[in-house]
Design a protein around this ligand. Structure first.
Ligand SMILES: Cc1cc2nc3c(=O)[nH]c(=O)nc-3n(C[C@H](O)[C@H](O)[C@H](O)COP(=O)(O)O)c2cc1C
Ligand code: SF4
Ligand code: SF4
Length: 426
């Protein structure tokens, strides 16, 4: 059976599934139950200065799909609302009872070196395995000069990371905010400051929806609201891209990455790992479905690894990174064409409408004398955009078939249609 254990920047964990810093990790009661369920590690809910933060009511809202499926989750909670002393005591107790699990302590403090120098020995004394710097919280805390307010300024990221490396021997993981134009800038800054790893993403600035009678957004606190942090399944594509950007950046090559954002099952986790993550963190899925989702995650990942012949996580970690490139290096001569399996087709016409109302008009709607409709791809017109395959309600009914064009690989930098192509000297 595949070995799921990981050593992430020196932090050992029996599996790559950690709970992210959030309500599921805010007290011993939760963390112990998470460990009993099988989670490999936790990042404890962010600790800060005393007196502890005070939260408002209400706090969460959601972006729903059909059937009330939660696609995205939004929150306006702050960091821990319990005292530093209670948190540190509980971390010490839990680590002692669960020595084989990873416990990383998330921290957020103002940008004053002394505050960091004072707290780090206290965290070290708990026996925790590492610290994670919360430079990502996008609501409430940035107004106080912390969280994303630090993460958005690479110079601050580097400075605070360096202070932490100076004042503790524990591995330092820098948690990045996605509320930034180019995530590579803070990742490079963390690297320059000596970070042992980065983790991403924290939540994305968001307003999910409004109460149009009261003219106030959710979650409403009386008659007002504020933007929150978006997470859950909807943010996975954004997180995956940011992880890939860092993994393939020559300036941060080799920097361990903990992947976070919309992970809800083993496939999601495998994708983050294939794009360079050494472990993954989960928040929303555990909040919505409970700690036991880790069982399916471990079983599924392990079974898939066995099927593929991967003996351990390292064997497929980063395997998709070399295949993630800039647009200009894609093969201009590659061609796929849609193919409809007439036996599976339920004649709904969605593919036809999508292609007809887009610029391609590559699906013909044929109606025979009896009024029976058939949909056929006009091969010569199809550009292989995937839209019909995406819109078709019958999975597998439309397949995208690679064509043998007989032409060699040619990217945009070599393409004669590119007026700025790189012409090789004769
Ligand atoms: C209610 C809530 C509270 C959170 N609190 C923290 C926090 O204290 N520190 C932190 O670093 N991230 C916090 N996060 C962000 C998560 O750790 C995680 O980065 C984010 O939710 C994306 O992961 P997900 O899509 O699995 O939820 C919080 C998220 C939620 C939903
Ligand atoms: S792949 Fe695109 S262009 Fe081709 S048939 Fe489908 S929708 Fe039309
Ligand atoms: S969308 Fe799919 S099922 Fe519907 S007509 Fe097109 S191929 Fe058939």
């Amino acid at each position: 059976m595949a070995d799921l254990s990981v050593s992430f920047c020196g932090i050992k964990s029996p599996n790559p599934f950690w709970l992210a810093s959030a309500p599921p990790t805010d007290k011993a009661y939760n963390v112990v139950r998470a460990f009993e369920a099988g989670w490999g590690g936790v990042v404890w809910k962010t600790l800060g200065e005393d007196p502890a933060a005070v939260n408002v009511s209400s706090r969460y809202s959601a972006h729903y799909g059909k059937n009330r499926e939660v696609l995205g989750f939004n929150n306006i909670e702050l960091i821990t609302d319990r005292s530093l002393e209670i948190n540190l005591r509980e971390i010490t107790e839990v680590k002692k009872a669960w020595p084989d699990r990873a416990i990383v302590v998330s921290l957020m403090l103002p940008c004053e070196e002394k505050l960091w120098a004072d707290i780090l020995p206290l965290v070290e004394a708990t026996g925790a395995d590492g610290i994670e710097l919360n430079f990502g919280c996008p609501h409430g805390m940035p107004e106080r000069g912390m969280g994303a307010a630090v993460g958005q300024v690479p110079e601050y990221v580097e400075m605070v990371t360096r202070w932490c490396k100076t004042h503790t021997k524990l591995p330092v993981i820098v948690k990045l905010t996605p509320n930034i134009t180019d995530v590579r800038a803070p990742a490079r800054a963390a690297h320059n400051g000596g970070a042992d790893a980065v983790s991403l993403i924290n939540t994305i600035n968001s307003i999910t929806h409004l109460d149009l009678d009261r003219m106030v957004a959710f979650p409403a606190v009386g008659n007002a609201s504020t933007h929150g942090g978006y997470c859950g399944s909807a943010v996975k594509p954004i997180a995956l891209n940011m992880v890939a950007e860092i993994a393939r950046d020559p300036q941060t090559k080799g920097l361990p990455i903990s992947g976070i954002g919309g992970i809800g099952n083993w496939q999601d986790a495998a994708e983050f790992i294939a794009l360079g993550a050494g472990c993954v963190q989960v928040c929303t899925a555990a909040m919505l479905h409970g700690f036991r989702i880790v069982e399916e995650m471990k079983d599924g990942l392990s079974r898939w690894m066995d099927e593929k012949g991967y003996k351990n996580i390292g064997e497929f970690m980063g395997k998709a990174v070399p295949n993630t490139t800039d647009w200009k290096y894609l093969d201009m001569n590659y061609q796929v064409i849609a193919q409809i399996n007439q036996d599976d087709c339920i004649k709904c016409g969605r593919c036809y409408v999508a292609c007809e109302d887009t610029s391609h008009q590559s699906i013909a709607q044929l109606i025979d004398a009896a009024g029976v409709r058939t949909y056929e791809v006009i091969k010569e017109e199809c550009v292989g955009c995937n839209l019909c395959e995406i819109t078709c309600p019958v999975q597998g009914c439309i397949t995208m078939v690679p064509q043998d064009t007989g032409k060699p690989y040619m990217n945009w930098t070599q393409d004669p249609r590119n007026p700025r192509r790189e012409v090789k000297a004769a």
